[in-house]
Write a protein of this length. Structure first.
Length: 186
């Protein structure tokens, strides 16, 4: 597996399952390897609690879990180690936690600082990172200014993370389309 890998797609496209398959292959490659899932979701209502519980139940045995709804960079730095794959599921919810918090106004300055910290930390992490994120900009433009800002910001985040990755996978109907990221494509 390459150093970092971004997996994008729509809802229910198979992104998390693909990331888990790659993580299981990482475990099989060396008996000393480990996997930590860095989960960004917040269980703020019954439906989300059920989704999180299902993700946990479906997750392969032996995967550690780290909760990081906002401080993703700190969690990655604390969890990174040679032989440990970090699976971030997902960037979409991480951004949502920053820009659409249930209990207050968005912290735009905090978000920009955290985003920059993540991008600066990635090249130095001793662990490979698998990122899962949604591709949400394929439909009609959202009705509200806030929703359009979110879609634009997620697109910018996905592009910036992709530039830090060696591989990019697009999930469509459960099928993976992977290619190496070429830095000169920008």
């Amino acid at each position: 597996m390459s150093q970092h890998h971004l997996i994008v797609g729509g809802q229910r496209s198979g992104k998390s399952r693909q990331a888990e398959r790659l993580a299981q292959a990482w475990l099989r490659a060396d008996a000393g390897n480990a996997v930590a899932v860095v989960a960004t979701a917040l269980a703020l209502d019954a439906e989300m609690q059920a989704r999180i519980a299902q993700h946990r139940a479906d997750r392969p045995a032996g995967f550690a879990t780290v909760e990081a709804p906002l401080a993703l960079t700190a969690a990655l730095r604390a969890s990174a180690a040679p032989g440990r794959l970090l699976l971030v599921d997902c960037l979409t919810l991480w951004l949502t936690n920053w820009l659409m918090p249930m209990d207050g106004a968005p912290d735009l300055a905090g978000w920009q600082a955290e985003r920059q910290a993540l991008l600066e930390a990635l090249p130095a992490l001793p662990s490979p990172v698998l990122f899962v994120s949604n591709e949400v900009g394929w439909g009609v433009s959202p009705m509200t200014r806030e929703a359009r800002f979110y879609v634009d910001e997620l697109g910018r985040l996905n592009q910036a993370v992709a530039r830090c990755c060696q591989d990019l996978t697009l999930m469509v109907a459960g099928q993976a389309w992977t290619r190496a990221v070429h830095k000169d494509d920008e």
